[in-house]
Design a protein around this ligand. Structure first.
Ligand code: C2E
Ligand code: MG
Ligand code: MG
Ligand code: MG
Length: 287
């Protein structure tokens, strides 16, 4: 069941339920102090042009290095950070860190068009100053707003009215992606209401792509919607050459996943850019 459970709520809930409440309380208070104690790091997963293998940008993914528990995955602590309100300071730290890193990458020869994608959660979208703070952070880092992609989910956008926030940032040039697209509400009216420029196909559909007709059908439908609305599409969770091949043949141009690269620390990402390794040649599909 775990394999088919969608990302986010279901897994998080199970995990939380399995913790003793004392344990959870402890984690909560440690989380509030983790920023000051320098326990967070941002890792980066490249987003590739699937046809050419060129890196188009990176998604920033938060990591918590707990002194005793080791690496705590974001799905286990982001909900706690939302409950405690710590997400506000953590989120602005992630954005600042990511934008500073992007500015550094832009100084490498050939990489001045690279983009950065940063995840925003529902609680963050409710902060009244979020739009102005976001623009201030981007400006301070010295990157262009158009290089920044903010990832929101259907779930977070239905729980909050993000229209004003998104419209303000959009007017400044910031881009928006609808993350984990297809798994929660899939209310197509979101696409009309939200100024998004890209859809990210949830990895649960990519996982079933080569075996399940239904998943293939859903991916086709998402690509058709994106095409008719003029949106970009990024496939998440590509783990096999067959998935990548099939996505390409269906017309999906961008993707990320363990096949191509896991999320890596910033110095490894920098090395990838320096080497600018092209992807292995496309495999021919078995006939
Ligand atoms: P997401 O935004 O949908 O990020 C994609 C997740 O899929 C990441 O998990 C990534 O490591 C994982 N992934 C990438 N490729 C593959 C693959 O080929 N196979 C599999 N099985 N997984 C793959 P991660 O880093 O554990 O993050 C989980 C979620 O936590 C993210 O989902 C995002 O919703 C949230 N998150 C991460 N960083 C932040 C952050 O800075 N702020 C907020 N608000 N949320 C964050
Ligand atoms: Mg997700
Ligand atoms: Mg994301
Ligand atoms: Mg996602």
């Amino acid at each position: 069941a775990a394999k088919n459970a969608g990302p986010g709520l279901v897994e998080v809930f199970d995990e939380a339920a399995s913790h003793r409440s004392l344990d959870r309380l402890e984690l909560r208070s440690e989380l509030v102090r983790a920023l000051d104690r320098d326990q967070f790091a941002v890792h980066y997963q490249p987003i590739f042009d699937l046809a050419t293998g060129r890196i188009l940008g990176f998604e920033a993914l938060l990591r918590w290095h707990h002194p005793v528990r080791g690496m705590v995955p974001p799905d286990a602590f982001i909900p706690l950070a939302e409950e405690t309100g710590a997400i506000a300071s953590i989120g602005s730290w992630v954005l600042a860190q990511s934008c500073r890193q992007l500015a550094a990458w832009h100084r490498l020869p050939g990489w001045d068009r690279l983009g950065i994608s940063v995840n925003l959660s529902a609680t963050q979208l409710r902060q009244p100053e979020l739009a102005s703070q976001t623009l201030a952070v981007i400006k301070h880092a010295g990157v262009q707003p158009t290089d920044v992609w903010l990832e929101i989910t259907e779930h977070s956008s239905i729980r909050t009215d993000v229209t004003e926030f998104a419209t303000t940032l959009r007017a400044a040039g910031v881009h928006f992606s609808l993350d984990d697209f297809g798994i929660s509400y899939s209310n197509l009216s979101h696409l009309k209401r939200l100024p998004v420029q890209a859809l990210k196909i949830d990895r649960s559909f990519v996982a079933g792509l080569t075996e399940k007709d239904a998943d293939r059908g859903i991916v086709r439908a998402i690509l058709a919607i994106a095409d008719s609305l003029g949106l970009q599409v990024v496939a998440e969770g590509i783990e096999t050459p067959e998935q990548r091949e099939l996505l390409l043949s269906l017309g999906c141009q961008q993707g990320q996943g363990y096949l191509l690269s896991r999320p890596v620390p910033p110095e490894v990402a920098t090395e990838m850019l320096r080497e600018a390794r092209p992807l292995p040649r496309l495999v021919r599909q078995a006939s």
